[in-house]
Design a protein around this ligand. Sequence first.
Ligand SMILES: [Zn+2]
Length: 363
Amino acid sequence: MTLSPAQYALLQRLPKAELHVHLDGSLRADTLNALAFERGVPLPCTDVGELESYMRVDDARNLEDYLARFGITLSVMQDADALERIAHELVIDSAEDGIRYVEVRYCPALNIDGGLSLDDVVLAVDRGLRRGQRETGTIARTIVCALRNLGAVHAQEMAELAVAHRANNVVAFDLAGAEAGYPARDFAGAFAQARQHDLAVTVHAGEGDGATSIREAVHLCGADRIGHGTRLGEDPSLLDYVRDRGIALEVCPTSNVQTRVANTFAEHPLRAQYHAGVRVTINTDNRLMSGVTLTEEYARCAQHLGFDLSTLASIASHAFEAAFLPQPERVSLQAAAQRETARLLAEAAADGTWTPAAEETTV
Ligand SMILES: [Zn+2]
């Protein structure tokens, strides 16, 4: 189905939570351009429109190819002012997108080439997120990532950094980067470190590799959530386990099409995962490289997967449920979102913007 402008506007107003968004993949193109100009960093193009389309990865052969674009954004993310600005703008942009809660993730080891310490990096990002939260009311938290390709010693260091900065809004530890050839079992020690200090854990898995990678993330790393989990359906027993324990999938459909783990949007397993009862959430992964907002991602799920408004609202609710916030805070945030969502659904049904009957019939 094609969405009307009124339906799109409704999705923008729908209270949403973004659980999987990378700081270094979510800069505004004009900010990337301005920061590069101020710092004398060369870019492949300096026209903002051209830069935006250059950064949107439409031609990746695989995940590794997709990740190559991050060298460009990281070239301007090596000082505290740039990090604070980028973090602040991401919260502002999220709020405009109807996002009430965002967990921003990044690997601080990639931001120290200009002389910052790892602690400086985390503090600069946190300043930006806090400022954005104060100005918009959108709650922002941090997930510290380790990168598989940088090895187990690095991962241990990132886990210790994440633990040390719990008071600075770090809520979880993640493993990202190239997946194939770097099994999660090699990083079990880092995850034990995070968990033993009561940090939540999420793991990119089943994106650049198969269901075995998800199995290791769940059973050897103790994942509370899975980043992507696109290939979970290859292991029906594991799918049951993930569903039964409410382990949420941070699904990023556009990114999965770009990295070719899904052939087309319409063939994305999100629909099957949702109907199998898995706690799925919808996320952007990288607003710049994917060229999407979260509203756009929800709209594409309506268009290509046949989800109607109430299905999208229930998936949005999953994201609040799976947020790495203390339970009392999470429950009150989710309750407020549900009240507002109920009003929106009633309004949409009353004025005919989006009638509940559309589900499944308009793919
Ligand atoms: Zn990711």
